[in-house]
Design a protein around this ligand. Structure first.
Ligand SMILES: [Zn+2]
Ligand SMILES: [Zn+2]
Length: 361
């Protein structure tokens, strides 16, 4: 057995006990020429973390430390690294590798590379080592997936931008969000709150669509120009065929999700782009639903390195602050945080902090 470096992190040992976090050592892949080693300072808590450890998205490799909204300091770089330097504060998101050679990678679409690897739960091919996420002391990854964080953005605020932020930023910029466009964000959770912040910052007329009016005041504070609550009778009537783009962060397409009512909001060839990943992912839809306006339906996965850097620059330039609740990392606090996330008891994102206290300076 080769001897590997070890980090320590809060791992879950089985989906049956997914709220029990155990501080354990795990193997790390050998340090490569293009690798960067990051001492973690903060990590956002993403719904993907819960879907993964609870088994909602299917079998996973346990024990596993999740967390893919990582911010930390670079403490070591490989001899070929040019994109990061020791001492630099960087972010690491949900993806940690792709081939950088295929058609997709060469066209700014590395998040669609057929060989892409996730930051946690993926297997490094040569070693069999499972990638581990940011509820850990350190992360080691290829320089391409480390992003310098502008000084203007505090770590706790930057962290959730690395997954929730880029997940909503990419579909907005790729689908023309900007001045003169009317854009809706469906769902006002961790993802949706970024959708509203970015759409407004990019200059679009920005609307939030939520089930009830309970988050209306927050949406307006984030910059929304308008708010629609789908529980209101005839909620879409006044806005039919007026939107250029709808980005849906809805986490459930279950009972009462009336897709046709949303699509009716779109102007001719307007786009519906989905970024939420419900566990019961069946979308009820008929061709007739998109005949009246010839609308287009699509999805989006994370965002490229170029988009990540542009997003962070936009956040720094426009002083955009994530709405986060910071929680000191510990086994107990992770359990509590996951429980609150499952109840949607957060406005609008958790970031685990105080890594020094748990993992040492
Ligand atoms: Zn995520
Ligand atoms: Zn590729």
């Amino acid at each position: 057995m080769p001897k590997y470096d070890k980090y320590v992190g809060f791992q879950v040992n089985s989906p049956d006990t997914y709220k029990s976090f155990h501080k354990q050592e795990f193997d790390v892949k050998p340090f490569g020429d293009n690798d960067v080693e990051v001492k973690i300072e903060a990590c956002g808590v993403c719904s993907s973390d819960v879907h993964t450890i609870s088994g909602g998205w299917g079998d996973q490799k346990f024990p596993l430390a999740v967390g893919h909204e990582i911010v930390g300091r670079v403490i070591r770089v490989g001899p070929k690294v040019t994109l990061a330097k020791e001492g630099m504060r960087v972010g690491v998101g949900a993806q940690s590798w792709s081939c950088l050679e295929c058609r997709q990678c060469k066209n700014d679409n590395e998040t669609y590379c057929p060989r892409q690897m996730d930051t946690y739960g993926a297997v490094w091919p040569d070693t069999g080592i499972v990638t581990q996420g940011g509820y850990s002391s350190h992360v080691r990854t290829h320089e391409y997936w480390t992003y310098p964080i502008p000084d203007a953005i505090p770590s706790a605020s930057a962290a959730p931008m690395l997954c929730a932020g880029i997940t909503t930023y990419s579909p907005l910029v790729r689908n023309g969000c900007g001045p003169g466009k009317k854009v809706a964000i469906v769902g006002l959770g961790g993802l949706g709150h970024f959708g509203v912040l970015w759409a407004k910052a990019l200059g679009a007329e920005t609307w939030a669509i939520s089930r009830s009016h309970s988050k209306e005041a927050d949406a307006k504070k984030m910059g929304a120009d308008g708010f629609l609550a789908t529980q209101d009778k005839g909620w879409n009537e006044a806005h039919k065929m007026t939107f250029d783009l709808i980005v849906s962060t809805a986490n459930s397409f279950g009972e009462g999700f009336d897709m046709a009512a949303y699509l009716a909001l779109l102007d001719v060839h307007g786009k519906w782009i989905s970024v939420g990943l419900p566990e019961e992912a069946t979308l009820q839809i008929k061709p007739q639903d998109f005949m009246a306006n010839g609308c287009l339906i699509g999805a989006s996965h994370l965002g490229s390195r170029r988009e990540m850097l542009n997003m962070l620059k936009l956040a720094a330039d426009k002083k955009i602050d994530s709405w986060v609740e910071s929680v000191p990392i510990s086994a107990e606090n992770l359990a509590k945080t996951i429980e609150r996330l499952e109840k949607n008891d957060v406005r609008y994102r958790f970031t685990m902090v105080d890594y020094d206290k748990e993992f040492g300076a």
